[in-house]
Design a protein around this ligand. Structure first.
Ligand SMILES: NC(=O)c1ccc[n+]([C@@H]2O[C@H](COP(=O)([O-])OP(=O)(O)OC[C@H]3O[C@@H](n4cnc5c(N)ncnc54)[C@H](OP(=O)(O)O)[C@@H]3O)[C@@H](O)[C@H]2O)c1
Length: 208
């Protein structure tokens, strides 16, 4: 699959490497793509770098690994190229950091994923990977025994199936929690957030 990574920082670069290893074509985006040469070389022969807009158009699936506060403008600018595509949203909304957006998301009442879905109504948003620290992603991928659990929430069944496959390809245990409103159950500060729980432990904690 052609996976565009918008926000090639700690999360985006870690997952990009894992997806490239699984055989996907990865394009990293940055506002300064020329800074990504080393990351592209490390990721492998099929990896490329581009601008945010170019990556959004090229990709079949887009992973967002940007500060939550960047999402309103990105969603507005990229709605066209992202239409009809699966969007994996790893963003965390953090009260003392993300200001007014915290109230806007609370008001909507569908978790951080529900808010992103409302900004990108023509895309299929799946909340994914927001609970796992990037170092645990890098160190725990494809490990023996119970794997790290990655809760997923989304409204579109086909997009959820694709997201599930991408979690497996990266080396983790996908935990399907429900529609996008269920993202509230694993947002920042919930009992499964940043705990490094295994898939079975996440299922038990969420009563699934
Ligand atoms: N770090 C973790 O362990 C972790 C775990 C789970 C979830 N998360 C969440 O995942 C998201 C990303 O976290 P991170 O730690 O990977 O952040 P990071 O290392 O700071 O990377 C964020 C990237 O976003 C890009 N960016 C920032 N503002 C942008 C804008 N306006 N337009 C386009 N790109 C922009 C930056 O790229 P350029 O400057 O190159 O454009 C930067 O490389 C956050 O919401 C975070 O809460 C983080």
């Amino acid at each position: 699959m052609r996976i565009g990574i918008i926000g090639s920082g700690m999360m985006g670069s870690t997952l990009g490497v894992l997806w490239a290893k699984a055989g996907h074509e990865v394009r990293y985006a940055s506002r300064h793509p020329e800074t990504l040469t080393e990351l592209v070389a490390k990721t492998g022969a099929t990896a490329t770098a581009g601008t945010v807009e170019d990556t959004a158009s090229w990709a079949e699936v887009v992973f967002f690994g940007v500060p939550f506060s960047a999402m309103p403008e990105l969603a507005k600018n990229l709605m066209g190229p992202l239409a009809g595509k699966l969007i994996l949203d790893a963003g965390n909304l953090i009260p003392n950091r993300d200001g007014a957006l915290v109230d806007a998301v609370k008001k909507l009442g569908n978790g951080s994923g529900g808010w992103v879905q409302a900004q990108l109504p023509t895309s299929s948003v799946v909340k994914a990977f927001n609970t796992v620290h990037f170092k645990n992603l890098a160190e725990g991928a494809h490990r023996e025994g119970d794997r790290i659990g990655v809760p997923l929430a989304g409204n579109d069944g086909r997009a959820m199936k694709k997201a599930e496959g991408l979690v497996l390809d990266a080396g983790f245990d996908p935990v399907l929690t429900g529609d996008i409103a269920a993202s509230a159950r694993f947002d920042f500060g919930t009992k499964v957030w940043n705990t490094n729980m295994t898939g079975p432990q996440v299922r038990e904690a969420l009563g699934l």
